[in-house]
Design a protein around this ligand. Sequence first.
Ligand code: LLP
Length: 415
Amino acid sequence: MNPAFSLRNGALHAEAVDLRMIAERFSTPTYVYSRQAITSNFHAYRDAFSRIQPLICYAVKANSNLAILALLASEGAGFDIVSGGELLRVIAAGGDPGRVIFSGVGKREEEIELALSHGILCFNVESEPELDRINTIALRRRQRAPITFRINPDVDPKTHPYISTGLKSNKFGVAWHDAERLYRRAAAMPGIQVRGIECHIGSQITELAPFADAMARLLDLVDRLEAAGISLEHIDVGGGRGISYNGESLVPMSEFADALIAQLGSRPYRLLLEPGRSIVGDAGLLLTRVEYVKRGETKNFAIVDAAMNDLIRPTLYGAHHGVLPVVPREGEALDCDVVGPVCESGDWLARERSLVVAEGDLLAILDAGAYAMTMASNYNTRTRPAEVLVDGDSVHLIRERERFEDLIAHERVAG
Ligand code: LLP
């Protein structure tokens, strides 16, 4: 657990704020984030790589709340986006579009237009037809579009198959062996300005080796491109390190940084990183209340007011999230699954845990700052949770709980 969350006087706190107070004021389920945890996670990258002054482009998809984007913008972060909507969020939060990189395999014309009109740092191009489309739009606008190619290095990141992205069989990036041809083509296009190279091999990678392998593949290509007279400004190594959800050991940040810096050697390129999970993942928790304790014939259930629509990672990826009672109590532990009210057997937040729980208790689902609220849905006509950001002893409501009216606002009864 991030040290910003701790047990104080018998109750779990976010920084100096008692989670019981948050539940009382904002009800449950509520996402609770720690400002201190987010900034210290960001600083961990900044400090470990400080010798080479990288640009850290926070991956907006991990958690796109405006307050979090504004906080990271104020720390000097750039942003990795995957849609026009994410660009508009960055701008609304006061982020600098000149520090925005645009990834994703399916960029629409209007999204390319929008990004060009705001002068983003570069498009991470994922296919040849996308290159042609960007060139055409840039020429129409009498601009040169800055690009990198996202290279698929065919490296196995040894993570969950749904979040592996750098294998030949994945839809992402251009093939490593085809990259030189594409760079030559791009360099000759009047609407394109080649700026760098990028790869992203997957998420929740806890070891160094896959990153180092991908970097080696990139550098091999970069050296060949230089020899061919195509010079680059930056090398972008993609998403960041994984986090420890269930006691996984992580490559220390200093080792991670030192290895990549050593590989870069004396080459003059600026390094870009696109971390998401490791900036916000352990900086958030989902605060939920136990509605019922149900003792079954073969299984027991703690039925809580949060569900798979609020946090889909457990059921989608079989992901483990720690669960802690906000006020640990004495008593006999119950072997149980922590489940929500949604009508699906897959609606579980945690399985086979041993908890001392009773109706009305508050639970904290840990490490729920990344890919949690951004993946929430309204399934079962459930309003999405509120989000609060704790800063010392203050609590800021950074997103109101959705209301039923919000859910039906865009619906029309036909006829
Ligand atoms: N850059 C690109 C191009 C990406 O696609 C991603 C994540 C990142 C950066 C950030 O990677 P990170 O530092 O967070 O590992 N929903 C899944 C994770 C999907 C990751 C998608 N791409 C989950 O909940 O585990």
